[in-house]
Design a protein around this ligand. Structure first.
Ligand code: GLN
Length: 549
């Protein structure tokens, strides 16, 4: 943190519709400020009542992200980390549920000394405390707080009220960036700013005058329109910028800088805005990403394929690794529920590599076994992640070790060959929320394995989110037959990563490497996966054109 700077607070709110990309705007602001030498952290406040998104179906809010300290978090924290290269923690994601839980705990302890506990001031005070928590560590020049949902939502009101109060307390150290949408009415061939005006009016009614407006649009907005919005919305003329759709989210920081968003933020928070952000490495990555011509075609086998955010971190990790190899990623989602012995060839052939996704429960599991058998037998580079790794183990047990009913006790509690079994310390767990093996754990990698080669070291730390594990009683049989336990937890001995060393690339991780791939630090395993595809081509081309989805 800069010694001369007191922590500044930037709030990012959204209006008109959801899914405008507040997380990307917050991350882009963070990237620009970091590139100017400031220390920054981003946090997300979600107005729903769940304590965390860990118990949510991915179809609700997309992927559940996991922080290094074991918090099940909103997927926007993944964007923050990928853009900033800085790890987030439990403190970076707060929900209404957590705010209430903390207030109710205090009430039960008697902390409120007989007072009536109310939304204002007790809930709002708790929100304000959470907002400032990271700021008071003395580590950050800027704390960027994204408020989930849309302005006007009843459930977001306490958060908006807390921001209103904080603006008085923090003065110039606090600004509000409001993201809205400018629709294009194709029948009239017109762009409409009225929804933006209404959204700002709503924010003003709730007591907040935004300082900066970012207008999401699919068509370029003329300067006159930005000026008009500034006038109608009571915002300075230079403080309305547009966020036009771009081919990659990683271009957004540059687009924001072109319109001086970082300068405006610095000026409005009373800091000098001279100089330029150092975006050299970012630009190098972008140049590779955009310049790549040759395609790498990856099939992602999972059951949540109808929602583009369900496997967000995997998609981005693959993209990072492809870009650094000068390859264009072509990613096909393949619904594991539809894969059968009869169509597996048709669905998978032609892909350069296959990723088998994490997940829970029986649905879609048999398709994963069929896919993995085909990949193993055809020596297609294959990456199994968490449940994907467990499926690799089960498929190998069934078809190589000849244990026909091998399974995970998650899928069949009565299986005679429980090659994947509930972890010992999970056996007494009854609550679902926040009780998995979560967050960063050490792993010792076996020298001489493909995994060791990928990491270039033997002591690593990776993030976890699971209840089941490889059953060590079967270890010898697996290793004799060629499946190597390539990494174990040094304390518990749990198998964390497996590989078929004699294959081109057939690796399964009990952990989630996708949570720690960033633009400036692509993950070594994803890098090695793409590298194997490129530098170690198949003996026989298995190419027939695959059918996507
Ligand atoms: N369902 C498996 C377990 O709980 C895998 C979890 C996952 O893929 N994240 O162990």
């Amino acid at each position: 943190m800069r010694k001369d700077v007191e922590t500044r607070y930037i709030f990012v709110t959204g209006g008109v519709v959801s899914s405008l990309g507040k997380g990307i705007i917050a991350s882009s602001i963070a990237r620009l400020l970091l590139s100017r030498g400031y220390s920054v952290t981003c946090q997300k406040f979600d107005p729903y009542i769940n304590i965390d998104p860990g118990t949510l179906n991915p179809y609700e809010h997309g992927e559940c992200y996991v922080t290094i300290d074991g918090h099940e978090a909103d997927l926007d924290l993944g964007h923050y980390e990928r853009f900033t290269n800085i790890k987030t923690t439990r403190a970076n994601n707060v929900t209404t549920g957590r705010v209430y839980q903390s207030v109710i705990d205090k009430e039960r302890r008697g902390d409120y000394l007989g007072k009536t506990v109310q939304i204002i001031p007790h809930i709002t005070d708790e929100i304000k405390r959470d907002v400032k928590l990271l700021g008071t560590t003395g580590k950050y020049d800027f704390v960027i707080t994204e408020i989930g949902g849309t302005v006007g939502d009843i459930e977001a009101l306490p958060f908006i009220e807390a921001i209103r109060q904080l603006r008085w307390e923090l003065g110039r150290r606090c600004i509000c960036v409001h993201l809205t949408y400018v629709p294009y009415i194709s029948a009239a061939k017109e762009l409409k700013t009225k929804p933006t005006q209404h959204s700002v009016k709503l924010l003003q009614q709730e007591g907040i005058q935004p300082d900066i407006l970012v207008l999401r649009t699919e068509h370029k907005l003329p300067p006159t329109m930005l000026k008009k919005v500034a006038q109608f919305c009571n915002v300075s003329a230079d403080a309305v910028v547009q966020s036009l759709d771009v081919p990659t989210i990683y271009e957004v920081p540059l687009k924001m800088h072109e319109q001086r968003l970082d300068n405006i933020i610095l000026e409005k928070t009373g800091l000098k805005s001279d100089g330029e952000p150092d975006l050299d490495k970012w630009n190098d990555f972008l140049a590779k990403l955009k310049g790549a011509k040759q395609e790498v075609r990856i099939g992602l086998v999972g059951k949540y394929v109808a929602l583009q955010d369900a496997y967000k971190s995997i998609d981005e990790s693959l993209l990072h690794a492809c870009a650094y190899h000068d390859r264009r990623l072509k990613l096909d989602y393949i619904n594991s529920e539809h894969i059968t012995e009869g169509n597996v060839e048709q669905l998978l052939a032609g892909h350069d590599g296959i990723v088998v996704a994490p997940g829970f429960g029986q649905r879609g599991i048999e398709g994963k076994f069929v896919a993995l058998k085909w990949c193993r037998e055809h020596d297609v580079p294959t990456f199994g992640i968490c449940l994907g790794m467990q499926c690799m183990v089960i498929e190998f047990a069934r078809n190589v070790l000849g244990l026909a009913d091998a399974n995970s006790t998650e899928m069949d509690a009565a299986t005679t060959h429980n090659v994947i079994d509930l972890m010992e310390d999970q056996k007494t767990v009854t609550n679902l929320g926040g009780t998995m093996r979560l967050g960063g754990y050490a792993c010792r990698v076996k020298p001489g394995t493909k995994v060791a080669e990928a990491y270039g070291k033997t002591d690593i730390e990776e993030r976890h989110r699971h209840r089941f594990e490889f059953n060590d009683e079967y270890r010898e049989r697996f290793e004799k037959a060629g499946m190597t336990i390539a990494g174990v937890n040094p304390e518990s001995g749990l198998a964390e990563v497996v590989e078929l060393t004699d294959h081109r690339w057939y690796i399964g991780t009990q952990y989630h490497p996708e949570y720690s791939s960033t633009v400036l630090n692509p993950h070594p395993l994803f890098m090695s996966f793409i590298d194997a595809i490129i530098t170690n081509p198949p003996a026989v081309e298995p190419h027939a054109k695959p059918q996507s989805r």
